[in-house]
Write a protein that binds this ligand. Structure first.
Ligand SMILES: *[C@@H]1O[C@H](CO)[C@@H](O)[C@H](O)[C@H]1NC(C)=O
Ligand SMILES: *[C@@H]1O[C@H](CO)[C@@H](O)[C@H](O)[C@H]1NC(C)=O
Ligand SMILES: *[C@@H]1O[C@H](CO)[C@@H](O)[C@H](O)[C@H]1NC(C)=O
Ligand SMILES: *[C@@H]1O[C@H](CO)[C@@H](O)[C@H](O)[C@H]1NC(C)=O
Ligand SMILES: *[C@@H]1O[C@H](CO)[C@@H](O)[C@H](O)[C@H]1NC(C)=O
Ligand SMILES: *[C@@H]1O[C@H](CO)[C@@H](O)[C@H](O)[C@H]1NC(C)=O
Ligand SMILES: *[C@@H]1O[C@H](CO)[C@@H](O)[C@H](O)[C@H]1NC(C)=O
Ligand SMILES: *[C@@H]1O[C@H](CO)[C@@H](O)[C@H](O)[C@H]1NC(C)=O
Ligand SMILES: *[C@@H]1O[C@H](CO)[C@@H](O)[C@H](O)[C@H]1NC(C)=O
Length: 344
């Protein structure tokens, strides 16, 4: 039975047109009057379905948009136990999320690369509840997947005041009862770099006229400022020392078990210097006893293995310092001015 017949059968008074036949308009009105509730239900249901479909359809876009808008800040980064193809990483980051939604992100595999370059490693970013400020800690052994890329990264860190890193991956996002959504996590992170170790200095040294068994004949302290949030273990690091702006090599300086901590580092140094050569230079070219020296990284050895990615980075910057050799010589009883044969 149709709704029309039913309505008539229930004795409803129908409006009748001039022709004696009932018009469509009046029929519709009558129908609406009687079945408004049915229409309301249909309307509400339809609207709900539409709105929900729109939200469901838009949800992936909204969540991707929020992921795009989130920030990533590296608070601390500790690189330890380096080998030629791996290192241990403990990295604390904060994911900033300005969105009112606080979804859960699954743990995911993220690539690390220097601004726009090939990835040098992959790390597992742990599962995170993306509140306004969510802290994540990565603590794992990391394989270096592209040595050239990692070398370029280390050169960039050593050379620059700021370094741009890309952290990229794909993860699943869960928000309330929405279907799980795959989002691209693609963040550019700007970190402070070592800025050519600006401020590097030999702050104190003494000359030993009788060399130690390993040939060390000058010991002292170097000062290395580290403006970054990074702690970096570089093993035993050696530097070549030259008379400034020449290729006259006067010796080697070793920093044993060098670990650069954030802030000011004061590190013991041991040098093997050609004292004859230094003395000759002082007597002939630097009569005031102030010896200008260029210091260039040469090797980084950890547990007997060369870390080429650090070596190339350290070799890419030159430190210019001036050593008060005259004073150091006087301290061991040698007065260069008396040796030079000039009148006292
Ligand atoms: C997210 O960012 C990527 C590029 O980083 C862009 O292609 C994409 O359209 C953005 N998506 C949304 C939803 O904003
Ligand atoms: C991470 O992704 C890279 C590239 O897709 C892959 O080679 C690597 O095995 C993945 N690592 C893990 C732990 O899944
Ligand atoms: C380096 O250290 C020495 C000794 O402490 C000091 O005299 C000199 O001024 C310092 N050089 C710089 C550039 O700070
Ligand atoms: C320099 O080193 C000597 C010997 O290690 C030490 O006695 C002296 O206090 C140091 N001077 C400075 C300024 O650090
Ligand atoms: C240098 O580090 C190695 C291993 O990390 C350790 O065995 C050694 O005692 C350290 N040497 C010095 C002089 O600190
Ligand atoms: C590091 O040394 C510089 C001066 O050489 C000083 O201004 C700064 O406060 C020191 N920083 C820390 C953390 O000690
Ligand atoms: C030290 O330098 C002098 C003068 O340049 C050179 O003749 C001598 O061979 C050098 N000694 C060593 C051990 O390199
Ligand atoms: C380090 O020094 C050795 C010996 O002087 C030299 O053969 C080598 O090329 C140097 N390496 C770098 C990276 O400067
Ligand atoms: C650094 O050299 C010292 C002495 O040769 C050695 O005992 C130590 O294990 C080396 N450190 C590293 C990290 O290889």
């Amino acid at each position: 039975m149709s709704w029309q017949g039913k309505a008539e059968g229930m004795g409803h008074v129908e409006e009748v047109g001039p022709s004696g036949k009932r018009g469509f308009g009046p029929k519709l009105k009558a129908h609406l009057r009687r079945f408004w509730w049915l229409h309301l239900i249909v309307f509400i249901a339809f609207t709900l379905i539409l709105v929900l479909s729109l939200i469901y359809a838009a949800f992936p876009h909204i969540s991707q948009h929020d992921i795009n808008g989130s920030t990533l800040t590296i608070q601390s980064l500790v690189l330890s136990s380096p080998t030629p193809d791996s290192f241990h990483l403990v990295q604390t980051s904060v994911i900033g999320n300005g969105s009112p939604y606080h979804p859960n992100l699954d743990a995911f595999n993220a690539s690390l690369s220097l601004d726009g370059r090939a990835p040098y490693a992959y790390i597992e970013i742990p599962q995170v509840h993306a509140t306004a400020q969510a802290t994540t800690v990565v603590d794992q052994d990391v394989s270096i997947t592209d040595l050239d890329a990692f070398t370029d990264y280390n050169i960039a860190v050593l050379q620059n005041e700021d370094v741009k890193l890309d952290v990229k991956g794909k993860t699943a996002l869960h928000e309330m009862r929405f279907p799980t959504n795959t989002v691209n996590y693609d963040k550019a992170v700007t970190m402070k770099g070592l800025n050519k170790l600006t401020g590097f200095n030999v702050t104190n040294f003494t000359i030993e006229l009788n060399p130690e068994p390993d040939g060390t004949n000058m010991v002292g302290t170097v000062y290395i400022p580290n403006p970054t949030v990074m702690t970096i273990s570089m093993g035993n690091v050696t530097f070549d020392n030259f008379i400034a702006s020449t290729t006259t090599r006067i010796g080697t300086t070793t920093l044993t078990n060098l670990t650069l901590f954030p802030g000011n580092n004061t590190i013991p140094m041991r040098s093997q210097i050609n004292q004859t050569l230094v003395l000759t230079q002082i007597l002939e070219n630097f009569k005031d006893g102030m010896l200008p020296i260029d210091i260039v990284g040469n090797s980084s050895v950890y547990d007997g293995q060369h870390l080429v990615y650090f070596e190339k980075a350290l070799a890419s910057v030159t430190q210019h310092i001036t050593l008060n050799v005259g004073m150091a010589l006087k301290a061991v009883g040698l007065d260069p001015s008396s040796l030079s044969g000039s009148p006292p």
